[in-house]
Design a protein around this ligand. Structure first.
Ligand SMILES: *Cc1c(COP(=O)(O)O)cnc(C)c1O
Length: 389
């Protein structure tokens, strides 16, 4: 299928399964797991990841948009799909036909979707999004109650209520998260009073909340980053150490481990020696201080290898670090292999992941790019093959 790609992503099935099991155990199998596979499964490959996670039919898949749901269904994945993002009015019928559940926060959506449900003779489950302090998607509690009443009076099924934390992974002070949780629980109660029916699935927890606060698990947790073996942030890790024995000095360990799922690799396309005093790459930003053996790699910022890594990051070749020299180009990157004499054309090169005793983590790369770990894998071009190992 993918014959000799210039660079490729490897997905470790066992690691993904391990992480999923960690979150099942953490929620004591009491809450539904909604595995967030939006953004091409955080760069891990929507279908590749969806098939592995979807083996357990109880696990929901969280996507951002209808096109992702369509891809999953075409791949034969039958798990419940929850659309987290906006579904344009013109896409509502598609969403219903694909048996998706939708997050809702507009009257226009309810009116149109309700008619579609009648037309298709389908129960279309919707989840109302409650604004509790993130000021992003959703309705303030008083408005949410009105929309919930409207849903109850329509042919739709009010299956769930959701909110999203604004400040949980960026801090070790979780006062604001608990303020939001209280707003959410109060709003759910008001909705239940107004409609006279229990909301079956209340959910608010992302990875950080799921790890740190069991009281946020409710009926479902929406886990993304953790499934892929990453912590949401250093602050979350520190908080987890602390929450391990609440109120006391930090516990020495977190009682579970997350295993990175993704590696990114390429092969050397050329090796050459250049003299002392040579400039390397666009802008002549690097000048050799000695005779240098240079390896050329067929990967660049088009593939998602950030240009911010120019002259700063390194890759792994023969288990050793090879420093990037000059600027990362669109399709090409140059690295120094002067001290790796065994390096040869078509040798495997690790951009992210482990090689022998060395490891390049997504977090390390994110630091170098002045961003968060979430952004690094989601930026790996979708065209780069994802290979499950
Ligand atoms: C992406 C997303 C999540 C998952 O967040 P993580 O921090 O990756 O676990 C949860 N909820 C919503 C609404 C999301 O969009």
């Amino acid at each position: 299928m993918f014959t000799s790609p210039l660079n490729w992503v490897e997905i470790n099935r066992k690691a993904l399964e391990h992480n999923l099991a960690v979150f099942k155990k953490m929620t004591a199998n009491q809450s539904v797991i909604c595995a967030c596979v939006k953004a091409n499964a955080y760069g891990h490959g929507l279908i590749e990841t969806g098939k592995i996670i979807g083996k357990d039919r109880r696990v929901w898949l969280g996507v951002n948009a209808v096109f992702e749901a369509e891809s999953l269904r075409k791949a034969g994945i039958k798990n419940p799909i929850y659309i987290l993002g906006y579904t344009p009015l013109s896409q509502l019928e598609n969403a219903a036909r694909l048996n998706c559940r939708l997050v809702v926060y507009n009257y226009e959506t309810i009116e149109k979707l309700s008619k579609i449900a009648v037309k298709l003779h389908k129960k279309v489950p919707v989840h109302i999004k409650i604004e509790t302090g993130n000021n992003r998607q959703g309705l303030l509690p008083s408005e949410a109650v009105k929309l919930a009443e409207k849903i109850s009076a329509s042919s739709l099924v009010l299956e769930g209520a959701a909110t999203h934390f604004a400040n949980i992974e960026d801090t070790t002070d979780h006062t604001y998260a608990f303020f939001q949780l209280k707003n959410f629980m109060d709003a759910c109660e008001k909705i239940e009073d107004a409609t006279g029916a229990k909301i079956p699935i209340k959910h608010c927890a992302n990875t950080a909340a799921t790890i740190l606060f069991p009281e946020t698990h409710l009926n479902m947790v929406r886990v993304g980053i953790g499934l892929y073996g990453m912590w949401p942030s250093k602050e979350t890790y520190v908080s987890a150490l602390r929450e391990g024995n609440r109120g006391q000095s930090p516990a020495a360990t977190v009682p579970f481990s997350l295993r990175p799922v993704l590696s990114w690799k390429t092969r050397i396309s050329q090796i050459k020696e250049i003299p002392e005093g040579s400039y390397i790459g666009y802008g002549c930003t690097y000048k050799t201080t000695a005779k240098t053996r240079l390896a050329i790699l067929p990967v660049g910022y088009y593939d998602g290898y950030d240009r911010g890594l120019s002259n700063t990051a390194y890759v792994l070749i023969k288990g050793r670090r090879a420093q990037i020299r000059g600027r990362v180009c669109m399709n090409i990157t140059m690295v120094d292999v002067t001290d790796i004499p065994a390096a040869a054309i078509e040798d495997e090169v690790v951009l992210i992941g482990r090689q022998d005793k060395e490891n390049i983590s997504i977090e390390q790369m994110a630091d170098r790019c002045n961003t968060i770990n979430y952004e690094i894998p989601t930026r790996i071009n979708e065209r780069v093959p994802r290979i499950v190992i």
